[in-house]
Write a new protein. Structure first.
Length: 258
């Protein structure tokens, strides 16, 4: 029951804000579902988030909010970073990795409070004329975001959405839909890497997926309906992310010292 409910929460946030649900998957698995191993929690969350993101991607594609060419180039290069990052993450101790994960949440929550400083370009697209300008930005940010995503076992949507906006100036609603291409790709890459080491709990992952599909339908519909309120949602969510991240850092320090 706890795994399914956690999946609903993750799926709803994935649909509403993009890859946001993935940042909560590991804390939910550890503190709510009580998965004893940090590495198993990361591997399991990566698999569940990847499947949920793929499901939400179909919903956003139906709404026409996916910039496929930009998203595909970003994701394709980021897969390399995700594989390298996930290999490094497996080699790090569980509590140390959890503490760094919490610190990442605090940083990301703070970055979400910043207002965009550029004008959106709803018509932006990758073609022969724009590839020289957009290509290097998508490739470099894709590699970096993929590496961080793989290292921490998250879909990386919190990083992907602003990275896509920075690289292309696409509007946020398009970045949210497009981010799910990379969230899916990075999650699958990380999950496969962890599966080779036996670090995925498949029954829990499937419960996460089932709950995530239910939450994803509601989240995607709300994403379109509340598009004008997205700033307020981002501020509220960033505060929650920083609070949870602070708890994880303090808990990790306590466990390491204990």
């Amino acid at each position: 029951m706890l795994a399914t409910i956690s999946g609903v929460v993750i799926g709803m946030v994935l649909g509403l804000i993009g890859g946001g649900g993935s940042i909560f998957a590991v804390p939910l698995l550890i503190y709510v579902v009580r998965v004893p191993s940090v590495h198993v929690a990361i591997g399991t969350s990566a698999m569940a988030v990847a499947v949920n993101a793929a499901f939400n991607l179909t919903l956003h594609a139906h709404e026409g909010t996916v910039k496929w060419r930009c998203a595909s180039l970003f994701a394709a290069t980021g897969i390399v970073g995700a594989w390298v990052g996930s290999s490094l993450g497996k080699a790090l101790g569980g509590q140390e990795l959890l503490g760094l994960f919490g610190a990442l949440m605090i940083v990301i929550g703070g970055l979400m409070l910043r207002r965009p400083t550029h004008a959106a370009r709803p018509d932006v697209h990758l073609d022969a004329d724009s590839v020289a300008y957009l290509g290097p930005r998508l490739v470099s940010l894709g590699l970096l975001t993929g590496g961080v995503s793989g290292f921490f076992g998250i879909g990386g949507g919190f990083l992907i959405v602003p990275s896509l906006m920075l690289a292309t100036d696409m509007p946020m609603i398009a970045a949210i839909g497009s981010s799910l291409v990379a969230v899916t790709a990075f999650g699958v890459t990380t999950a496969v890497n962890y599966t080779t080491s036996g670090l995925v709990n498949w029954p829990i992952a499937m419960l996460f997926v089932a709950g995530g599909m239910l939450g994803g339908v509601a989240g995607t519909k709300l994403s379109v309906k509340w598009s004008t309120r997205r700033r307020a949602l981002s501020v509220l969510f960033s505060v929650v992310v920083m609070v949870v991240g602070t708890y994880m850092v303090l808990r990790s320090i306590h466990d390491i010292r204990g």
